[in-house]
Ligand binder design. Structure first.
Ligand SMILES: Nc1ncnc2c1ncn2[C@@H]1O[C@H](COP(=O)(O)OP(=O)(O)OP(=O)(O)O)[C@@H](O)[C@H]1O
Ligand SMILES: [Mg+2]
Length: 614
């Protein structure tokens, strides 16, 4: 299998340290602004707690020094300055409260922020032109963005808050250190903390490179996980006994990723260890020196304690700052991918995509396709080549044609999911291409060949056909009755409220039964043009006959197009169009087409003969 191009967000060349810092700060600001919409209070409290903790951590070593010096130099409990004891008690209380508040509000930010970010991604998906959804590079970007929004978004904002707090503590620690000890100790402390960080940044970069190079394989891995665990395909997998084969494939697919990540971990183990040991040596140099000058009596015990505490505070804070930075650095390209998706221009402008009665045409429309040409991106041959078709107002037209000839493509074009290369499609004289997506959707009711089997109740499955009427029990019941779904309902214990599909403990329907539910969903739609793509393909001949008998009744007062391979279904239409070679090659009533003796007549005769001879 050839691997598709890697999405541009995963451009490692741009992931240099310098270029990333600007991007990281930008991403951090943007993520905080986004989360401010989801949980403004939690974010504010987190920032306040970070400031309190940062300041408290700086004040504590100083107050401790004052208390120790007072005890040591003057001796006796009475000499302990009460004021510093009170200060220390207050600071410790504030610090403890700030820590509790941080963990409480982190939880709040996570539970509010994560679904908020995922919802922004899902909202965006529906504003992106449909052809992107069919491109593998886009699917990669989308699946990553959804995952990243869920896993990294809030964490990233928390890294920013942690970095802010660490910066404050570091500034305090360094100020104390500069005040209490010789200046030469400061760069040593900084180098000690920076060494492990440099190694971590380099490791993150390599690990990301491995992840990026295996993106396509990992996505195949997710697909296999789904294939081997979801119920839809379990029957076939058991019937063919391919689970072992698929599991081997799963292992093979992941092998380069696993080997790559282990190699990175091994490579950086030695370096990390070396950096940490060097850091310890660097840190203990100034410490030893300070012990020496204290022993000599040049400094007090309180000074030594302050040195130790502020030294530890500065190294700890620098470590925290750098690890927050390293984590943000690792997450940064994924966040860029998420923001790149969110920044994708809105191609489908639909503030509220729910159906609106105000869009509906007032009269039964005719439907006209003129000189339509269309090729899929990258395809060698156009699917439609100058297609002309006129369906009269109130007429039911059947379209027949070979597999893969372009019938479903035509339906997608009518809905405006793909742009025409040439030509026009008019409904009631109105150019549908010049109208909004929601206008087209509301005026054109479609049931697709591969309709969705929603794992919801019967009521929702049907009501979703026209959301504003979803709670109208009578409308849903009417649609179910039109689709002759009574027999299905009789089998269900909770009637219309029964869940369908096994995902949430509902009943799984047969293919033909699901098809009736999909038809009922169409019957909820108030659109005056209905297009049915293979509406009876999964039904038994008796069920099909029932449907066919009622068909004219359903489509009364509407214009309808029914795409079918079954000539018994096609016959009920007013006229039949034969689709071949990118255009309509024959059109007329059944009798006219039989009399013409061309393709339709030949195929019909063959189908009829095969029924007659059994
Ligand atoms: N997203 C796509 N990208 C590229 N080519 C596509 C895409 N979807 C369909 N095709 C190709 O376009 C052609 C027409 O497909 P379409 O689904 O419209 O056929 P159809 O007439 O509905 O067939 P069937 O009777 O099997 O439903 C086929 O050759 C198919 O391979
Ligand atoms: Mg089709």
């Amino acid at each position: 299998m050839t691997e598709p191009e890697i999405p541009d967000a995963f451009d490692l060349a741009r992931m240099t340290l310098r270029a990333s810092i600007g991007g990281m700060l930008g991403n951090g600001r943007r993520m905080l602004r986004l989360l401010e919409q989801a949980a403004p209070r939690a974010l504010l409290l987190l920032i306040m707690a970070a400031v309190v903790e940062g300041v408290a951590t700086t004040v504590l070593p100083y107050s401790t020094k004052r208390i120790i010096d007072a005890v040591n130099l003057a001796g006796g409990i009475a000499t302990v300055p009460l004021i510093w004891m009170i200060v220390e008690a207050c600071v410790v209380t504030a610090q403890t409260m700030a820590r509790s508040l941080t963990s409480y509000q982190t939880g709040v930010l996570e539970v509010r922020g994560t679904p908020f970010l995922v919802a922004r991604v899902l909202e965006k998906v529906n504003r992106i032109a449909y052809p992107h959804i069919e491109s593998p590079a886009f699917v990669d970007k989308l699946s990553r963005a959804r995952q990243d929004a869920a896993q990294l978004g809030v964490k990233y904002a928390l890294h920013v808050v942690t970095a802010g707090r660490a910066l404050l503590t570091l500034a305090g620690g360094l100020a104390l250190l500069v005040w209490i000890s010789p200046l030469w100790t400061v760069p040593l402390v900084a180098t000690a903390a920076a060494l492990p960080f440099a190694i971590e940044v380099s490791r993150a970069r390599r690990s990301f490179e491995v992840e990026r190079n295996n993106l396509y394989r990992n996505r195949q891995g997710w697909y296999l996980e789904w294939l081997l665990s979801a119920p839809d395909q379990a029957k076939e997998i058991r019937a063919t006994g391919i689970s072992k084969w698929l599991l081997d494939l799963y292992a093979t697919i992941h092998a380069p990723f696993i080997a790559g990540q282990i190699a990175v971990a091994r490579r950086y183990f030695d370096r990390g260890l070396l950096a940490t040991l060097s850091a310890a040596v660097l840190q203990y140099g100034p410490y030893g020196y300070f012990v020496l000058i204290t022993v000599r009596g040049e400094r007090t015990i309180g000074d030594l304690l302050l040195f130790v505490l502020s030294f530890r505070q500065a190294t700890l804070a620098l470590g925290q700052l750098l690890s927050a930075f390293a984590a943000a650095f690792e997450a940064h390209p994924y966040l860029s991918n998420l923001f790149q998706l969110l920044d994708h221009p809105d191609e489908v402008i639909d503030a509220d995509p729910s159906p609106k009665a105000s869009h509906l045409l007032s009269e039964v429309p005719d439907f006209e396709v003129s000189d339509v040409w269309f090729s899929y991106p990258g395809a060698k041959q156009p699917v439609l080549r100058g297609l002309d078709l006129h369906v009269r107002a109130g007429e039911t037209l059947a379209i027949v044609g070979r597999n893969g000839i372009g019938k479903t493509t035509l339906v997608k074009l009518v809905l405006g999911l793909h742009q025409l290369d040439r030509g026009t499609i008019k409904l009631g004289g109105i150019d549908t291409g010049a109208r909004t997506a929601s206008w087209r959707r509301d005026n054109i009711g479609v049931v697709f060949q591969d309709f969705v089997r929603y794992q919801f109740s019967v009521r929702w499955n049907v009501g979703m056909g026209w959301c504003p009427d979803a709670d109208d029990g009578a409308a849903v019941a009417r649609a179910l009755e039109m689709a002759q779904a009574g027999a299905i309902l009789e089998q269900l214990s909770a009637g219309i409220e029964s869940p369908l599909g096994i995902a949430f403990g509902g009943r799984n329907l047969s293919g033909g039964q699901w098809q009736r539910i999909a038809l009922a969903r169409l019957f909820m739609r108030r659109s005056l043009l209905w297009i049915l793509d293979e509406p009876t393909s999964a039904m038994d001949p008796e069920a099909e006959e029932q449907v066919v008998r009622c068909f004219r009744q359903w489509t009364a007062g509407r214009t309808a197009i029914v795409i079918t391979h079954r000539f018994s279904t096609a016959r009920i239409a007013d006229r039949i169009a034969v689709f071949d070679d990118g255009r309509i090659t024959e059109i007329g009533t059944h009798d006219e087409l039989i009399a013409a003796g061309r393709d339709y007549a030949k195929i019909f005769t063959r189908q009829a003969q095969s029924y007659a001879t059994g």
